[in-house]
Write a protein that binds this ligand. Structure first.
Ligand code: MSP
Length: 666
């Protein structure tokens, strides 16, 4: 099986870890665990970027020596990843001797390739980005568009790397590897940046000392980005001759190894342009893929210390549970796109998808196994039509979730897994085990309970990369051992199913106890989040408006309706969880919409010509929730999504901001 080497960016230690760093590290951990479940050899690297002007200045501001400062700052990062159950295989710090020596070796290779020359430059430098800026990139007053601070004019002697020479080679490489950068939009961005022409890059500094000395020229330190990027190779013991560094041989030099760098969109250029050029120059292999994710805002606002919403991940994980936080981050944010972290939404998803969805499925079924079969799961030798459908739904979820995880779309994988959870809950509604229990129909009850437990077993494997702790607890309750992936053995639940018959269920504590309004208020208070403004009384405002000046309004065609008539329409805010085209229709999309109920609703909407399915996922839309269900092309639509306009001007009605699914529109 192909080895899988995955890395996070190495984080600057000028600050403590925040939720944005946690997002990257959790995504990397999820992908590593997924590869492990598939039986692949894996290696997960993270670490810290400890050199450069930014760190040196921060240390001095605090009256500390840079080394003492970075040593102190390393601990909160190591503790955070442990607390978030992110199991990296290595943690590299760029001040370690093992890194310094090998980073110098890479520099030396670039010199030997004839790609380094001495020169002098004068240019704008942003210390926040640790990067030179082109004049055209700057805002008025030479302000960096990312850090909103003026750049510094720097004039100094330095070594340059012949980046310009690599432009055509890079373009050729991108053409040959259309998935080198994901998502696609970012790949196009990188290509056009390179196509515009590359300038040679200054790769050393002489005006400060906090860095790795340039080999043979110790008055220079290596440019911090060159130093930092090489960590991906140095941590494996490379560059090295075959046989010298087994990890390097297995995970980097080996052309079979899949090397994936997870990075935020802001540092894509360094990874997709500079890093491959450095590697080409040093004669080393290139990574397989750079996966760029978006940025998180917090409750709709940019995260910043001045706004007081800098969100450290550990207290949050302690308050809501590590696995819940991991699940929420992976489900809420479409990988590759910007997303919002909202406390309200976290609770809404928790209640809707974890407590009412997965937790409830388990709670609904175990008591029957205990009551009728002494806790022993019965064989399912003669599945009926409904059980066959459920098994088919599990098989489909396994294929889809696998595909999405291979394509690094963890949010889509969770959609597929939760489709199965919803399907299984519907199966319970249809088979009504409580009636079977009352009537003493144990044959049917055995079929039903085992079918559900089989589905739960499949979910416990597929959701394990996201929520390893909770999934092992779930497995314990259905008599299965904790998941312990082994190299070479694929455990992904394609087929055959894990055997559950004969195992004994052990009912434990509720996996996801519901968070009611009181518990939610206490949780938000604990986390220092302000509660939302109380809503105005519902019926007063519209009545008053109509009463003011009724005579001036021309009576509409068809006459007025009363407020009570209007109030009959139950309009709700829905969060679109998934969308797919309806076969044999060029108009309809089949949406799964979360209305804050036990299960998402299936709603068919005639919007396919305007909206690609993926453009609908994550939108908050307005739904008529009490419209009688209707069958269209074999699917039942349980509501209607409102839209406005026709022709070119067409839009689904939505709302901005993080309003909880199920909120009443009034
Ligand atoms: N040290 C460099 C990376 C060197 S990798 C060879 C660096 N460090 S950083 O600490 O500033 O940022 C690390 C990562 O955190 C980046 O991928 C960045 O995109 C990510 N994030 C920082 N703020 C973020 C959010 N608000 N949301 C999501 N990710 C964010 O850059």
């Amino acid at each position: 099986m192909k080895p899988f080497y995955i890395t996070t960016p190495i984080y600057y230690v000028n600050d403590r870890p925040h939720i944005g760093h946690a997002y990257s590290t959790i995504a990397t951990d999820v992908l590593t665990r997924f590869a492990k479940v598939r039986g692949r050899p894996t290696r997960f690297l993270t670490g810290l970027d400890e050199h450069g002007l930014k760190i040196e200045r921060r240390a001095r501001e605090l009256g500390k020596e840079p080394q003492a400062f970075v040593d102190e700052m390393a601990t909160p990062f190591q503790e955070a990843w442990k607390a978030l159950n992110c199991q990296h295989d290595d943690f590299i710090r760029t001040t370690e001797p093992r890194h310094k020596e090998r980073a110098q070796a890479i520099f030396q290779r670039m010199v030997e390739a004839g790609d380094v020359y001495e020169g002098e430059y004068e240019d704008w430098y942003c210390v926040g980005c640790e990067s030179f800026k082109l004049e055209r990139e700057l805002l008025e007053g030479n302000v960096c568009p990312d850090h909103k601070k003026p750049c510094e004019r720097i004039k100094e002697k330095s070594y340059f790397f012949r980046l310009s020479k690599y432009g055509p080679k890079l373009l050729e490489f991108y053409e040959a590897h259309p998935h080198f950068v994901a998502p696609q939009g970012r790949y196009n961005e990188v290509k056009s940046f390179v196509a515009e022409g590359l300038r040679d890059l200054s790769i050393s500094r002489t005006s400060f000392k906090w860095g790795i000395p340039v080999p043979g020229a110790p008055e220079h330190v290596m440019y911090v980005w060159l130093d930092a990027l090489t960590n991906y190779v140095t941590a494996l013991g490379g560059p090295a001759e075959p046989g010298e560094a087994p990890l390097y041989d297995r995970f980097w030099a080996n052309p079979e190894s899949q090397v994936v760098h997870i990075v935020g969109k802001d540092i894509l250029r360094f990874h997709a342009v500079y890093w491959p050029a450095f590697l080409m120059s040093a004669g080393l292999r290139l990574p397989s893929q750079i996966q760029a994710h978006g940025w998180l805002t917090i409750n709709g606002e940019k995260m910043s210390k001045s706004l007081g919403n800098f969100l450290p991940p550990v207290p949050l994980a302690e308050a809501v549970g590590v696995d819940v936080l991991r699940y929420y981050l992976m489900r809420e944010v479409g990988f590759g796109y910007d997303g919002d972290f909202s406390h309200k939404n976290l609770v809404a998803r928790y209640n809707g998808e974890l407590a009412n969805g997965l937790g409830n499925l388990l709670n609904r079924i175990l008591p029957f196994v205990e009551k009728h079969f002494g806790g022993v799961i019965q064989p399912l030798d003669e599945p009926g039509e409904l059980e066959i459908e459920l098994r088919e739904a599990a098989r489909k979820a396994a294929f889809e979730a696998n595909r999405h995880l291979e394509e690094v779309l963890p949010h889509r994988a969770l959609d597929a897994i939760w489709e199965l959870v919803a399907f299984a809950n519907r199966y319970v509604d249809r088979t009504e085990p409580w009636k079977l229990s009352k009537n003493g129909d144990e044959r049917a009850l055995a079929r039903c309970t085992t079918a559900i437990i089989e589905a739960l077993a499949a979910v416990s494997v597929m959701a394990w990369p996201f929520m390893p702790g909770k999934c092992d607890l779930l497995r314990a309750q259905i008599g299965l051992p904790p998941l312990e992936p082994e190299e070479g053995a694929c455990m992904w639940p394609f087929e055959p199913r894990e055997t559950v018959a004969g195992k004994k269920v052990v009912k434990g504590e509720a996996l996801f106890p519901r968070i009611d309004a009181k518990a939610e208020a206490a949780l938000l208070e604990k986390l220092g989040v302000k509660p939302a403004e109380p809503a105005a009384p519902k019926d007063e405002a519209p009545k008053a408006k109509l009463a003011d000046e009724p005579s001036k309004l021309a009576e509409p065609e068809g006459g007025y309706i009363t407020f009570d008539d209007f109030a009959k329409v139950d309009l709700r805010l829905g969060l679109v969880l998934s969308a797919e085209p309806v076969p044999k229709s060029d108009k309809l999309l089949r949406l799964k919409v979360d209305l804050g109920e036990a299960e998402p609703r299936q709603i068919l909407a005639g919007i396919r010509q305007r909206y690609a399915p993926e453009a609908m996922v994550g939108r908050r839309v307005v739904v008529v929730a009490n419209l009688a269900p209707r069958k269209l092309l074999g699917f039942t639509s349980q509501g209607m999504v409102l839209a406005v306009g026709d022709g070119d001007a067409f839009s689904v009605l939505g709302v901005e901001g993080e309003i909880a699914p199920g909120s009443r529109v009034s």
